[in-house]
Design a protein around this ligand. Structure first.
Ligand code: LMR
Length: 397
């Protein structure tokens, strides 16, 4: 039976970790998978998470099944974090939501829900987008098209082309996948003015937004990073939201995410809540409890929430400093290209805007591991490796 299935190439992102581990070069640099790292290259467990673990240990008295939707305190806390304290769609009881196994789990069950509603739906994704968006959404049976987004030559968003595509090619009922903040892989985000233009187009054309929020707090702030999401929620009748707690809570391996659907009215919400739970039931029944229980504790405890916010701020500010440090070092080394754009990009990723051949040389000749598109994980830069990294980039240019 299985002989028809051939060996696949390594995953374009996760495969980098395995290649990095096998490299014997003591000066190797890992800028691949999007995981936050400190100066020592470690991915710490956040203090807020450590304290929540102790609290959970003391209060969890059973491992029986949790409710099909997940931990309700997690869902409520996350919806407030995403949509805001006095969110009109929450107050109007228009949001159906479930805890899901990570951002990937959220994306997949939302895609399955969309396929149930209309299997012919087309989802427009940015060119480029996160590599895993394509299988997560495409394998649910939805059609994928791309809209122009990023211009490598000028290292900026092709906003006019993007808006034009949404206006002229995307049809009513199609979905447009937007990165809520910290665009993966380019780090190039829409400005508030641009979000307004996009919101007007989707309303006018009857396009349904599909917003992926995987890096809230890593761009400008927890609040500012939700600007586009909240604007859309205030204007459109329906939209879907996939959120991840992997990065901003550092809960990568616990697989914690939220899948939410803004519906037209409260009655619709009730119906869609049963549908999204039934989609999940047909795949994995219910989400794992642990990570959601930790986020519930953090978001619903004033002191722990404040501690977590400080830790998110620290991670964000450190990544900004690392960007500046790399730009400065590249200039100091006499790079033949102006990399100043790195300071304008937001979040965990930066697109170096170099060719696939140059990326290949960085990996093979310099043991600098990055995604083939030229995406680097900024958090992999450190004071200890920035000199060597800048030198390697200058040499391959
Ligand atoms: C990334 O983009 O590197 C992360 O989101 C990890 C992943 O699953 O691809």
């Amino acid at each position: 039976m299985f002989e028809v299935l051939k060996q696949l190439p390594a995953d374009p992102i996760l495969g980098l970790s395995a290649a990095f581990k096998q490299d014997n070069n003591p000066d190797k640099i890992d800028l691949g998978v999007g995981v936050y790292k400190d100066e020592q290259g470690k991915t710490p467990i956040l203090q807020a998470v450590q304290q929540a673990q102790v609290i959970l240990q003391g209060k969890e008295d059973s491992k029986t099944y949790i409710a099909p939707q997940g931990v309700q305190g997690f869902i409520d806390g996350m919806l407030t974090l995403l949509l805001g304290e006095a969110s009109p769609v929450i107050l109007a009881d228009r949001v159906a939501a479930v805890q899901a196994p990570g951002g990937c789990g959220s994306l997949r069950i939302l895609a399955e829900l969309v396929a149930r509603a209309n299997p012919d739906t087309t989802v427009w994704v940015s060119d480029p987008t996160w590599a895993n968006h394509i299988p997560l959404i495409g394998d649910a049976g939805l059609k994928i098209e791309t809209y122009p987004y990023f211009d490598k030559a000028s290292a900026s968003i092709k906003f006019d082309a993007m808006a034009e595509c949404l206006r002229t090619q995307v049809k009513a009922g199609d979905m447009v996948l937007l990165h809520g903040c910290c665009h993966n892989p380019t780090g190039a985000d829409l400005t508030p003015e641009q979000w307004h233009v996009i919101a007007d187009i989707v309303v006018e054309k009857g396009i349904v937004p599909f917003v992926d929020v995987a890096y809230q707090g890593f761009g400008d702030s927890l609040e500012q990073d939700a600007f586009g999401l909240r604007l859309l929620a205030s204007k459109v009748p329906e939209m879907v939201i996939a959120a991840s707690c992997s990065k901003n809570f550092g809960l990568y391996r616990e697989r914690v995410g939220l899948a939410a659907i803004v519906t037209q009215n409260s009655a619709q919400r009730t119906a869609i809540q049963t549908q999204i739970q039934s989609v999940a039931r047909a795949i994995y029944s219910m989400p794992p409890s642990y990570g959601g229980a930790l986020v519930d504790i953090i978001l619903n405890d004033t002191r722990l929430k404040r501690l977590w916010e400080t830790e998110v701020t620290d991670m964000r500010e450190r990544m900004k400093q690392l960007r500046a440090m790399l730009v400065e070092k590249l200039a100091e080394k006499g790079a033949s290209k102006d990399f100043g754009f790195i300071n304008q990009q937001k979040g965990m990723f930066t697109f170096l805007c170099i060719s696939p051949e140059q990326v290949d040389k960085l990996v093979k000749q310099h043991s600098v591991y990055l995604v083939g598109s030229s995406r680097i994980n900024v958090a992999g830069i450190s004071k200890g490796n920035v000199d060597r990294l800048a030198q390697a980039i200058v040499e391959v240019l």
